[in-house]
Design a protein around this ligand. Structure first.
Ligand code: NI
Length: 429
């Protein structure tokens, strides 16, 4: 009986210890919120484009060091990685924030609106945090503050990844998550699991949007060149018309979505966005060039669609006596942002704990892409949306001059990432 009692007591104490840590985390979060908001306002007023986040990275690195976190700078050009070793053994959990802004002239009425201008790909542009990466950076600094305050009790290691150039690097440069991974961010110590959030200007503050499986699409660009034989427009039989061939290819590509894709499972998109060929009404040109994009929500769909695009383009060209060359991917390829389903199921109670079950919404997949996907190729990951639309306001669009997010949403982001870390550390024995 005594033994049973002591076992029960041990269990009970262990349980309350974990709970006490969580309660402490949640109440500490509230005291850090003001700092998160002021960091974010500062980043917002001083936005920097991809691979140029020197000021932002400097502030992040200095702050992490002040918390006693081990810091590596200049990862993937301007990235900052912080490693916080807990007092107890356990898994390595990575948390990721992106730091870059966009070449947009800000038009919001906030007092800390950006007035920054810079040169981008040879032109003068405004710079604006028009996707909320300023908030991501500030929230993750808050999480670092919170978790470093309980390092002795942490069962494992937290790796804070502050990443440059999520929106893409300037012309001719590498960058973003792909380069972070290439430079070894998922190793030393090896990351077991990675979490990340993105503010959503179309989802109310207080809500969290999540989706197991394909959450954001893979994105690839393509170039199709159709070669025929030039002729006078009045005597097409003397040539091989690449314009007519291109038209047939464009129409047939759409049947890949309607006829080959299992529409009950996932969506996909094929878009031809540019078609260039010829320069005069009565000349049949020698070639036509098309540019497009492909979006999918699973690797298998991507494989199937890539193969079918090549087959359709090449064989239609052949049937017309022409030839087609398909470059796919052409210059860009982002994998699917794929949330490991069992991980999502495991972590859902953490989201429900901080946001309330009714505020955790299963949302539709998005056909936009995210370079968080590169980390998910190395370890299971969970990327979700933090609702950041003021409740009574109309939504604004990401990547526009009017993009606006509600600062009151940040506290939930701070709490959720922190609780996910604590819960995950408790799960893995
Ligand atoms: Ni973004």
């Amino acid at each position: 009986m005594l033994r049973l009692l002591s076992i029960l007591l041990l269990f009970f104490c262990g349980h309350t210890f974990a709970q006490r840590l969580q309660t402490r985390a949640l109440s500490t979060a509230a005291t850090i919120d003001d700092s998160v908001i002021s960091w974010r306002r500062d980043f917002h007023a001083h936005p920097e484009l991809g691979n140029r986040e020197m000021r932002t990275a400097g502030i992040v690195a200095k702050y992490l060091r002040s918390l006693g976190i081990e810091v590596t700078e200049h990862v993937a050009k301007t990235g900052v990685v912080g490693v916080l070793k807990g007092g107890l053994p356990g898994p390595v959990i990575a948390l990721r924030a992106d730091m870059d802004a966009l070449p947009i002239v800000e038009r919001t009425p906030v007092p800390f609106a950006s007035k920054v201008k810079t040169i981008y790909n040879g032109n003068e542009v405004g710079v604006m945090h028009a996707c909320g990466h300023d908030a991501h950076t500030a929230i993750l600094m808050g999480v670092a503050k919170l978790l470093s305050g309980m390092r002795k009790e942490l069962k494992g290691t937290v790796k804070f990844i502050f990443q440059p150039a999520e929106e893409g690097a300037p012309l001719g440069e590498e960058g973003g998550a792909k380069l972070m991974v290439k430079e070894g961010v998922m190793e030393n110590p090896k990351v077991d699991v990675i979490f990340g959030l993105h503010v959503a200007a179309d989802l109310n503050t207080g809500k969290i949007g999540f989706r197991p499986g394909g959450f954001m699409a893979s994105a690839s660009d393509m170039k199709i060149t159709v070669k025929g034989k030039g002729a006078h427009g009045a005597s097409p039989w003397m040539g091989i018309d690449p314009v007519v061939t291109a038209a047939q290819i464009i129409n047939s590509l759409q049947t890949i979505i309607s006829r080959n894709l299992n529409l009950t499972q996932n969506a996909a998109v094929i878009t031809i966005g540019a078609i260039n060929g010829g320069n005069r009404f009565n000349i049949i040109p020698e070639s036509v060039e098309m540019l497009g994009t492909v979006r999918t929500l699973t690797d298998d769909d991507e494989k199937m669609i890539f193969a079918r695009i090549k087959e359709v383009a090449i064989k239609i060209a052949e049937a017309n006596g022409a030839s087609a060359e398909v470059l796919l991917p052409y210059t860009v390829h982002y994998p699917v942002t794929y949330n490991d389903s069992s991980l999502v199921l495991k972590m859902l109670p953490s989201l429900q704990k901080t946001a309330g079950a009714a505020n955790c919404l299963l949302v539709n997949a998005k056909t936009g892409a995210e370079d968080f996907s590169f980390y998910q190729q190395k370890a299971p990951g969970f990327f979700f949306n933090l609702g950041s639309k003021p409740v009574n306001a109309a939504p604004t669009s990401h990547h526009t001059a009017d993009f606006f997010i509600d600062e009151r949403s940040f506290l939930l982001g701070l709490k959720t990432l922190s609780v996910m870390v604590l819960d995950y550390m408790d799960m893995k024995k």
